[in-house]
Design a protein around this ligand. Sequence first.
Ligand SMILES: Nc1nc2c(ncn2[C@@H]2O[C@H](COP(=O)(O)OP(=O)(O)OP(=O)(O)O)[C@@H](O)[C@H]2O)c(=O)[nH]1
Ligand SMILES: [Mg+2]
Length: 328
Amino acid sequence: MPANLTPEFIAARQRFNQAKSDEERLDALQEMLATIPKHKGTEKMQADLRRRLAKLKERTEQRRKSGKSGGPSYHVDPEGAAQIVIVGPPNSGKSSLVARLTNAKTEVAPYPMSTFWPVPGMMHYQDIQIQLVDLPPITPEHTEGWVFSAVRTADAVALCWNLADEGTPQVMEQLLDILAQRHIRLTGERSKDVDWRTVQRRTLIVATHLDVDEHRSAQAEEWAGDRFPVVGVSTDTGEGLDDCRRCLFELGDVVRVYSKKPGEEADTDQPYTLKAGSTVQDVVKHIHRDFVDKLRFVRLWGSSKFDGQHAPLDHQVQDGDIVEIHLS
Ligand SMILES: Nc1nc2c(ncn2[C@@H]2O[C@H](COP(=O)(O)OP(=O)(O)OP(=O)(O)O)[C@@H](O)[C@H]2O)c(=O)[nH]1
Ligand SMILES: [Mg+2]
């Protein structure tokens, strides 16, 4: 069967061949894997790409661990309930946001292009933590390949909109185009109407500089329409930051489930966090792989008026549910 390689795949392969660093190679390989037509005729090529990708990842990881990279690592190991990358044009307040919401020491500066590598920090939200990753800006002039890899591998995106700059709507259109060229689509809600090469990332617009130009929030809201949710913040006065934390938690698309032993109170110290849409069976598996085989039934408190009744294994759990697992 002919492979029928697409122009996008061929362009990515060319980028791979011309890449000067492992980070660029990694990004090009990921793009090749995303754009290779998925059919029997390309199965061997797909397997080969996966093998190369795994090797390259291992090599960069080893280099990072041994500290021989000669520079910072561009890969951020995911931690916490979800990983959200902070994306935006230069000087839009990305680093300020991460600095205000987490413990990270990231460079904030009154001039553009001040962030060069990813800086992760953990944001507390009630009883869980969400990882925020500060990134360099995305511009038409120059954005390194690894930045796109970071967006692809994250769970979701916070897109910084600078309310103090009236040119932001045009800059944002440009930014969405740059990402689309790399087959990344930012979206409020995941859509089925997207071609198989494209990766979708749920996105929240964080409108910064609320203290400088509050009335321009309307411009951001109008631009976003029903495409994206918007939250306004000032990293200077702190206005809107609590709302922003809640919106970022919702963006992370996780549910917290608590467990309890029969006859005891629920353990509310340490929730299990799972992807939204997970079922009772997923929870059981998550708590312990072996539990599924030994499972007799699960009692559930919380969602859909469950109040200790037996829950069907395919029932979708909600944030805050409590499970009591009975094994044979
Ligand atoms: N008044 C006010 N200033 C802000 C706000 N957010 C960011 N700034 C200022 O805007 C400038 C740029 O902020 P950064 O956080 O460095 O922006 P950035 O998007 O990380 O910039 P690059 O990494 O260069 O792309 C700094 O002088 C910040 O103090 C805000 O909400 N209100
Ligand atoms: Mg920055």
